[in-house]
Design a protein around this ligand. Structure first.
Ligand SMILES: *Cc1c(COP(=O)(O)O)cnc(C)c1O
Length: 442
């Protein structure tokens, strides 16, 4: 049996997280249920922040809230002194409603609408990460009309694609995001931006991938970007205040994953930036990073109740749970791997390998293909580990399955932070045929 995060077995022989019995949680709150260990989120946040502090480097650690956005989660990020990334008006709205200091919010996205840009300006958010020329021109026009200045970062694609176990150098990146560093787009964008009376360019941003287990990609990105920054300091007199190297730090979803500690990513990144800056006329910029999954991923798990089983002779045995791609679409979307145990008897010896299926009407609705388990059946509780990132945030109502509740646990206490959807929630926006608003042709 493998354990993740801070889970352990209590003296009832049940899986426990944050000092709370998971079986009791299911009795109290039902299943499926997302459970987050608050202490572990705090620890992860402090791990990133501490290293910058020890190295004496001004920094911002921005939580990429798309990984899991909710009022309580954003308030927790605020308690830990994090900054916040948002990528839509909805995420920004959540942050504002959570009372998050707007000057520490950064707005991302490759297609921010006019309304979203106004909302960002109305709320005086910290900066807008400008993604393309069309947005650059639009934002300049909006700011000029409003006679308001705004801080921006320019998102660049440095020609490095970092994957889980390697990285690929690409001449010109075929990505919908950012200004290409190599073909001159980034320089043109900077040139345009620094001429503006309304846009104040704080610096550059890049994000090279996700679930990255090595530092090489980040170091290469820093090298390439600072190489250009040196040129632009000479040609344009540009001194960046900020260098944002994005997120994507890997976490342990299964036994095969072997992530680095946050301190190592941060330390190596800082040293590389210092080294590159040292022999130039540039001053050391602030370093910003944007972890998402590495702050909340392994702090979360999902509890399901086991229901039906189906044996396909000589092939496999399917065990179905009461959720699936509606609460965790990652296995169906990109073959993401997870590990799990029986929460009600985690210490029982493994007897067979089973496939964990969801309950949605899709053959691809599988959570785990090969899971060693004790003989399990209807009524057992399955705990799937490391579902804290992109689980709830990608959840959906396929098959009109209500979204599960979310519970925070800390020091033996559980608090409900997102209520389970009800059937009435599912039909809240529906209009009956006879009351449906009709729009007649004139
Ligand atoms: C998704 C994303 C992140 C966070 O990625 P994780 O893999 O969750 O750490 C950070 N920055 C940007 C720009 C992103 O798109």
């Amino acid at each position: 049996m493998h354990m993740y995060g801070t889970s352990q077995v209590n003296n009832q022989g049940h899986l426990e997280i944050g000092g709370v019995d998971t079986v009791e949680l299911t009795e109290r709150f039902g299943t499926p249920l997302y459970v987050y260990d608050v202490e572990l989120i705090r620890e992860r946040a402090r791990g990133f922040k501490r290293t910058f502090e020890e190295l004496g480097i001004p920094a911002q650690v921005a939580y990429a809230s798309k990984a899991f956005s909710s009022i309580a989660m954003i308030q927790l990020a605020e308690q830990e002194g994090l900054s916040l990334d948002v990528v839509s008006a909805g995420e920004l709205y959540t942050a504002i409603k959570a009372g998050f200091p707007t000057e520490r919010i950064h707005f991302h996205g490759n297609n921010k609408s006019i309304e979203e840009l106004h909302m960002a300006l109305d709320n005086q958010i910290g900066c807008i990460v400008v993604d393309n020329f069309s947005e650059l021109t639009l934002l300049e026009e909006i700011c000029s009309n409003r006679e308001e200045k705004v801080h921006i970062l320019l998102r660049v694609t440095p020609g490095i694609e970092a994957h889980t176990h390697d990285y690929i150098l690409t001449g010109q990146e075929d990505s919908k995001f950012g200004f290409d560093l190599i073909n001159g787009q980034a320089e043109n964008a900077l040139n345009q931006a620094i001429k503006s009376n309304w846009l104040e360019v704080l610096g550059l941003h890049c994000h090279i991938g996700s679930q990255i287990f090595q530092t090489t990609g980040f170091l290469l990105a820093a090298q390439k970007i600072i190489g250009k920054l040196k040129e632009w300091h000479k040609s344009l007199g540009f001194q960046p205040k900020v260098l944002n190297l994005g997120g994507g730090f890997g976490i342990r979803y299964t036994e095969e994953d072997d992530p680095l500690p946050a301190s190592q990513y941060v330390e190596e990144i800082v040293r590389e930036v210092q080294k590159q800056i040292a022999h130039s006329d540039l001053e050391m910029p602030e370093i910003w990073i944007e972890p998402g999954r590495s702050l909340v991923g392994d702090a979360g798990l999902t509890l399901y109740k086991v229901g039906s089983e189906k044996e396909v002779p000589d092939v496999r045995k399917y065990l179905a749970v009461d959720g699936g791609m509606s609460d965790n679409i990652r296995p169906a979307l990109y073959e993401a791997k997870y590990d799990a145990v029986l929460a009600n008897r985690p210490l029982d010896p493994v007897e067979e390998t089973v496939a964990i299926a969801g309950k949605c009407c899709e053959s691809g609705d599988m959570l785990i293909w090969d899971l060693p388990l004790p003989k399990a059946g209807r009524g057992d509780i399955l705990a799937v580990f490391c579902t804290g990132a992109y689980g709830y945030s990608m959840s959906n109502n396929y098959n009109r399955i209500p979204r599960p509740a979310v519970v925070f646990v800390e020091n033996g206490e559980a608090r409900l932070v997102i209520k389970r959807e009800t059937f009435d929630d599912l039909i809240r926006q529906d209009l009956a045929f006879h009351e449906a608003v009709s729009f007649n042709k004139e």
